[in-house]
Design a protein around this ligand. Structure first.
Ligand code: SF4
Length: 250
């Protein structure tokens, strides 16, 4: 170890890669549905799940690290202190990383919706506990143009609301540099929930057939849900070669 020539950016990057290696190679079960991915381009999620490219560039590792810092050091701590110490409420508390797991039946298969709710606010109203899920999203300069929550984030929260049997929850967008934030209330909507369930089943069917889903974000590029997504996708070259349609495994 040479202490006379330290470069702290290299130190940080090496640490991030080391942490990545420590996590090992987790293989997701075919029947697992992740709330954070259900609204993303099905083809991209398919490639992620079969681990077509496991490498993460240094820049992406730094962005994830920053996002985790905001989740762990900002979101939960602010809420916890606010309710406990600023407001001193006795009937409300906040739980960080609340585990979520439930089953969606699909033919004779159990699809498992699994994940963690960033923060769950629990309020006792004198008769029962009201559960209010809160999803934190740290974003960069897209923050300034943000007028409504992103469709994929609404879908994520809809699964939380269904699981906790809540009428509403929140998405809390935090600007990475300034810590300014925007809050959106999301109400439970049965129609959106049913659409998500159908989407989960369709995605499972592609996987079990071994066929690659259509290039959804390219086909529906004018939909808000998929706008500009291909521009940032690491699979864009492969995806173009495969074409827009489902690629059937023969
Ligand atoms: S390039 Fe676009 S359509 Fe293709 S996998 Fe990526 S996000 Fe999906």
């Amino acid at each position: 170890m040479n202490y006379e020539n330290l470069n702290f950016d290299n130190v940080f990057v090496e640490l991030l890669h080391w942490q990545q290696d420590q996590r090992g190679d987790y293989q997701k079960q075919l029947n697992t549905i992740s709330p954070s991915q259900i609204g993303l381009c099905m083809r991209k999620v398919y490639f992620d799940e079969i681990k077509i490219d496991t490498s993460l560039p240094d820049k992406a590792l730094k962005i994830f690290y920053n996002g985790n810092l905001i989740h762990d050091e900002f979101g939960y701590k602010v809420l916890d202190k606010y309710f406990k110490e600023v407001k001193r409420v006795k009937n409300a508390y906040i739980i960080n990383e609340y585990p979520l797991k439930y089953i969606i039946k699909h033919n004779n298969v159990n699809l498992e919706v699994r994940g963690f709710i960033d923060d769950l606010l629990i309020v006792y109203d004198g008769q029962q506990d009201l559960k209010i899920p809160i999803e934190l999203k740290s974003i960069s300069n897209a923050f300034f143009k943000l007028k409504e929550p992103k469709p994929e984030h609404i879908m994520q929260v809809m699964l939380y609301l269904h699981f906790t049997k809540s009428k509403f929850g929140y998405i809390w967008y935090i600007h990475k540099d300034t810590l300014d934030s925007k809050t959106f209330k999301i109400e439970y909507d049965e129609e959106i929930y049913n659409m998500i369930v159908q989407r989960a089943k369709t995605f499972y069917d592609y996987k079990i057939k071994g066929s690659i889903p259509p290039a959804e974000a390219n086909v529906f590029k004018n939909k808000d849900q998929f706008k500009n997504k291909c521009n940032y996708c690491k699979y864009i070259e492969l995806c173009r070669q495969l074409g827009d349609n489902e690629v059937i495994n023969k």
